[in-house]
Design a protein around this ligand. Sequence first.
Ligand code: ZN
Ligand code: ZN
Length: 334
Amino acid sequence: MLIQHTSRGLYCPAGDFYIDPWLPVPRAVITHAHGDHARFGCDSYLCAAPGVEPLSLRVEGIIQLIGYGEQISINGVRVSLHPAGHVLGSAQVRVEVKGEVWVVSGDYKREPDPTCAPFEVVSCHTFITESTFGLPVYRWPAGERVITQIYEWWSENAAAGRPSVLLSYVMGKSQRILAMLGEYDELPGPVYAHGALQQMNEAYRRAGIALMDAPNPVSVANNTDVFTTALVLAPPSAQSSSWLKRFKGCAVGRVSGWMRIRGRRRRLALDKGFVMSDHADWPALLTTISETGAERVIATHGNGSALTRFLVEQGVCAEAWTDKEWPEGEEQVQ
Ligand SMILES: [Zn+2]
Ligand SMILES: [Zn+2]
């Protein structure tokens, strides 16, 4: 086994390094800076060069960078990182020993995203794929369509003098929305971003991603009338905080793949759920698995066993490495 599932995370014994370990280790290769992948306390982190700005916000220690596609040797193991299309700097990890190739996908998506490099198919013998949304019910509408829905929802609210508060993850989703809205010539009103988003927006800008101005609403003096036509981006946790009170009569929407499930929308008491994810949906998982040409597939995160059961029925050699030890996916931690 080139890569093993251990109590600290995915481990490559030949190279003596971990991939996205969830406990401190001497040497970590990091697929991207989300909290369930980049954890505090390792001595050194290797990441793809475009991911250094967000990663430096999340961890301390030595950060080593390599460009996408650049090959290095770690204790004789050939290692390279390839775009995963998930968030800025996200990478798949390709590991090669004596001609045998394994690829660890990290989180990925196949949809275009103006804030990160598009997913690259990497041929391999064994593909370790994420399966956060590994059930046939998870199918995403095109991102462009969802941005149009957000734009229309915001326009209707603005016309009625109602602030629009849009909940989305701090890293990746919020910047993707800002970048996509930035392509409109005219917007229904001003855009603000919760304080928790400011550092990450800045990190993206430093990395050269064009994001429109989105000041912290707290910086606005007493005149809260300006919010009546505004779109305010905020992390999901803001929904239950007193912060929300300054936007009188606001409509609250949320952007997430989980919004595909009506019960979740209802339980969260949202005015609107927008189905947009930075993860592969069911058809994209199947397409990607087939395109890698892998003889063996290992699923991690989420509904791994549902995905691998389906693959085994299709004659693919597949297993799931999902168990209680695996930290929960984006819903809890991103
Ligand atoms: Zn992620
Ligand atoms: Zn993840």
